[in-house]
Design a protein around this ligand. Structure first.
Ligand SMILES: Nc1nc2c(ncn2[C@@H]2O[C@H](COP(=O)(O)OP(=O)(O)O)[C@@H](O)[C@H]2O)c(=O)[nH]1
Ligand SMILES: [Mg+2]
Length: 326
């Protein structure tokens, strides 16, 4: 079967996989298809899950997904792989680790690289969300490892963000990246079978209370971040986690209705596409031009300075754009 919007909509896994590869490797060629797919796709609900390696994210995802598909849903998992620039598809560890769900009919798993070739968050992640939405996946779980910017970038892309911690993280948690603390909609304390679990729960509670006080988010309409204790390997706490996710989703849909948009996800998608466009059409060609070399020389010899140079560059970009439009 060949690559087409119809093929994607039919849910054919092979076609979906090929379209995602196209999105990763020949992005520009994929845009007409993405436009077509976007037009009548209901954008899937995006749940992000993040936390240190080994904290049990994949085990949790597997249990959540099994439970969702048992209710008749189609669920996709995007495992973000920070170790490789180009993951080259779904050959990575998480696919194997999630062995329990990888053969399920209504589940699609894909590993992707964190970073695109331009450095920022891999724009193919957003496009993959579009493809999977068009293919009828109602929920997409995005699993990401590591600490730092990668997590926070990806967290911004999700509707609901789950942050996983484990008892042994103990004092380490105190140094939680501020951004991550802010981004967590649900905190999961996994490995609750371990002895330090209740101490860790206390630490988490205190941190969340502190955050609440800082944000003055005492109003009735604000989301109260829950802490859900789980033993992923036993499936314990999964029902409660599912409920917390559903509650956050309801909370979000109310605000989407109020504002008539899904601001976080859509906004980030547009911003990323703009960044990509600007890099491809302006910044990269400029970097390769002799004009840019002249500017650098100009700055070195103090004929100009970086601030003035950038102002002039932006002016000439705008002028160039104006010429194209006329
Ligand atoms: N004791 C215990 N081990 C767990 C629990 N959840 C996951 N594990 C184990 O922790 C290890 C890492 O789990 P994994 O899901 O691959 O973590 P990830 O790297 O965050 O995706 C595996 O050996 C799991 O079996 C739990 O609740 N309790
Ligand atoms: Mg994992």
């Amino acid at each position: 079967m060949k690559i087409s919007a119809k093929g994607v909509r039919s849910g054919d896994e092979e076609i979906i996989a090929r379209v995602i590869s196209m999105v990763e490797n020949q992005r520009q060629q994929a845009f007409p298809l993405l436009k077509e797919l976007y037009r009548d796709a209901e954008l899937a609900y995006l749940a992000g899950i993040t936390g240190p390696p080994g904290s049990g994210k994949s085990t949790l995802v597997e249990k959540l997904v099994l439970s969702w598909i048992a209710e008749g849903e189609k669920v996709a998992v995007i495992a973000i792989d920070p170790s490789s620039e180009f993951s080259g598809g779904a050959l990575l560890g998480d696919r194997i680790r999630m062995g329990g769900i990888s053969t399920e009919k209504n589940v699609f798993i894909r590993s992707m690289a964190t970073r695109g070739y331009l450095g920022g968050l891999n724009p193919a992640i957003f496009d993959t969300v579009v493809v999977l939405s068009a293919a009828g996946f109602q929920k997409i779980v995005i699993e990401t490892v590591g600490v730092g910017q990668n997590e926070i970038d990806i967290v911004r892309l999700a509707d609901t963000t789950m942050v996983v911690t484990v008892p042994e993280a103990g004092d380490e948690i105190q140094s939680f990246k501020a951004g991550l603390m802010e981004a967590g909609d649900i905190f999961i304390l996994n490995k609750a079978d371990q002895p330090a679990a209740s101490r860790m729960e206390l630490i988490l509670k205190q941190m969340l209370e502190m955050k609440d006080r800082q944000n003055h988010s005492c109003s009735v309409s604000a989301w109260q971040v829950p802490i859900v204790k789980t033993i992923a390997t036993e499936g314990e706490g999964i029902e409660e986690l599912k409920k917390a996710v559903a509650r956050h989703r309801d909370f979000l849909s109310r605000s989407w209705k109020e504002r008539n948009n899904r601001s976080r996800v859509i906004r980030n998608h547009v911003v990323h596409l703009m960044e990509e466009y600007l890099r491809n059409h302006f910044i990269d060609p400029l970097l390769e031009s002799s004009y840019f070399q002249e500017i650098l020389t100009g700055i070195s010899t103090r004929k100009t300075d970086p601030y003035t140079a950038v102002e002039q560059l932006v002016k000439s970009f705008k002028k160039e754009q104006g010429n194209h439009e006329n």
